[in-house]
Design a protein around this ligand. Structure first.
Ligand SMILES: Cc1cc2nc3c(=O)[nH]c(=O)nc-3n(C[C@H](O)[C@H](O)[C@H](O)COP(=O)(O)OP(=O)(O)OC[C@H]3O[C@@H](n4cnc5c(N)ncnc54)[C@H](O)[C@@H]3O)c2cc1C
Length: 503
């Protein structure tokens, strides 16, 4: 088989697949699908290679075990270690992490883009704003109707109202067909979420010449001087995730879109960047959650997954409601096995869940070829504790009887005095349960090769025809959920590459 328009998978390839195209894109997540859309609209023949498989809504099982095994990167076992440990979630498949994201869709904050312009000379032509408009329109971003919000979101809104606090709102999301089944992070079984495969990739397939090759992991390159001439890799069995054959592609230009782990590791493994910044400046947006026993049935797993948020960007955090399927509550509950945990689990239908997401300021983290390491910063730790205190305050205002804080040994707390005592400034990071779903920044852009891996258009320093388009390009953390910015970056890189090819 050679280049062909449409979607392909391992069953079509035989033992070896050879493709020729204008632009090869490696990784079909948020960045890769947006870049493909830009290039297809500009008339270039695109081949997109993705190590995971194609997914249809009906294939998802609303099961944690199934999702970790088949849709999560590294089978859900990716963990950062350092002065604590932190699981890092990511998606694998055509659609990338958008297959399992909550569809939250924030525009890049203006203040942040201005900062990037000043500090990194990013986007002086001010095109990025038009790309953000295109992303918001393509994803059909809007607020879901009240009928599907679910009590977990409305009760948090009521707490905010009772406190008279500003900054709260129902979430802008890219899920125009949301039915409120609460399992976004296990793959959307209704098709209501506009993940990258159902939005930008669908647009690309309609607009131009795009071959989408699932089950193809990129691993090596052939080059001549400062040009990449071919990419090669393995055909993967979608069940065992083991190699079954080989593939290669010859292209005029190559875009890496393997995400904040896949892209730096590809560059490292193939010796494609000499930058000492490669793999560094990993930003994580650490997040954590509070369970609240309310005086009524909540069933937080029913309704929009993450339907309400509170803006505290200037203070370094956001509050966001959250959901877990009932089985996952037992695993995630930060209590010792025993009587207290049993009592809390008996209250499960009445538990609400909301959390805090921290805008990394002083955490140092990096990716190597086979590990992820971090030193959680003191400033971020204090911000996390302040954010958790704010979430607790909203829950008590909404009528919570007790809270379970994500702090080892804290047990149940029944008022704000207890909360403040447990969340005091000295709580060490290793006692706080955190997770990350927003890795960013391991191949940072910049105007100066001495302090960056890529130029401001995502081109790898030292190469004429190799760019990166994904979350790894960010020079700093965003402080808001990143998919919209990643996709706008994909458009930015895609159009830059198209300009170069057009001569
Ligand atoms: C559980 C979860 C919830 C989230 N919720 C939200 C949310 O609600 N809103 C929001 O804005 N953001 C959310 N995010 C984050 C958002 O989805 C990501 O920031 C975004 O998808 C990153 O885009 P990317 O292109 O960098 O990488 P990804 O979308 O992760 O795509 C990378 C793709 O590259 C593939 N790949 C990697 N290496 C190779 C290789 N060598 N060869 C071939 N293919 C390769 C991977 O399999 C993957 O499919 C969430 C993420 C997770 C995990």
């Amino acid at each position: 088989m050679t280049w062909r328009h449409g979607k392909h998978s391992s069953a079509d390839y035989g033992e070896h697949l050879d493709v020729e195209c204008d632009v090869a894109i490696l990784g079909a997540g948020a960045g890769g699908c947006a870049a493909a859309s830009a290039l297809a609209q500009r008339g270039f023949r695109v081949a997109l290679f993705e190590e995971g498989k194609h997914w249809n809504p009906g294939d998802f099982k609303a099961s944690n075990a199934f999702a970790f095994r088949h849709v999560y990167a590294e089978r859900g076992n990716r963990v950062a270690v350092g002065n604590g440990w932190m699981p890092i979630n990511g998606g694998r498949g055509v659609g990338g992490s958008t297959l399992i994201n909550s569809a939250i869709s924030f525009r890049t904050p203006d203040a942040l883009l201005e900062g990037w312009r000043e500090r990194y000379d990013f986007d002086p032509e001010l095109n990025f704003s038009a790309y953000l408009d295109e992303v918001m329109a393509t994803l059909r971003v809007g607020v879901d109707p009240m009928q599907v919000q679910g009590r977990n979101n409305t009760i948090f809104a009521e707490g905010m109202e009772k406190l008279g606090w500003s900054g709260g709102a129902f979430m802008p999301r890219s899920a125009p067909g949301c039915v409120g089944c609460g399992v976004c992070q296990l793959g959307c079984p209704s098709g209501g979420k506009w993940s990258a495969d159902r939005s930008f990739l669908a647009k690309a397939l309609l607009a131009g010449e795009v071959g989408v090759y699932a089950d193809c992991r990129a691993s090596g390159v052939t080059s001549e001087g400062s040009r990449i001439t071919a990419i090669h890799g393995e055909i993967m069995d979608p069940q065992s995730q083991e190699p079954t054959g080989t593939w290669s592609v010859k292209a005029k230009h190559v875009i890496l879109s393997g995400g904040s782990f896949g892209s730096p590791r590809f560059l490292m493994k193939n010796g494609l960047s000499e930058s000492e910044h490669l793999g560094h400046h990993l930003r994580l947006h650490p997040a954590t959650g509070v369970f609240a026993k309310m005086p009524e049935v909540i069933e937080h797993w029913r309704g929009v997954s993450q339907g309400y948020w509170v803006d505290r960007w200037e203070e370094g955090f956001l509050m966001e409601t959250a959901t877990l399927t009932p089985d996952a509550n037992f695993i995630a509950m930060p209590l010792e096995f025993g009587e207290e945990l049993n009592r809390v689990m008996a209250d499960l239908p009445m538990l609400a869940l909301a959390g805090v997401l921290v805008h990394d300021e002083d955490t140092e983290a990096r990716v190597t070829e086979d590990g992820v390491f971090f030193e959680f910063g003191d400033g971020d730790r204090k911000t996390l504790l302040r954010g958790l205190t704010a979430v607790a305050e909203v829950f008590f205002a909404a009528g919570a009887e007790y809270l379970v804080l994500p702090v080892a040994g804290a047990g149940l707390v029944r008022d704000m005095d207890q909360v403040r005592a447990e969340l005091h400034e000295e709580v060490p990071f290793h006692r706080i349960m955190t997770t990350s779903s927003h890795p960013m920044g391991t191949c940072r852009i910049g105007a100066d090769p001495a302090s960056s891996v890529l130029d401001v258009h995502g081109r790898v320093w030292g190469w004429d025809n190799l760019n990166v388009a994904d979350a790894s390009t960010f020079p700093e953390a965003l402080g808001v959920n990143p998919q919209v910015t990643v996709m706008a970056m994909g458009l930015h890189v895609g159009h830059t590459v198209a300009d170069g090819l057009s001569g």
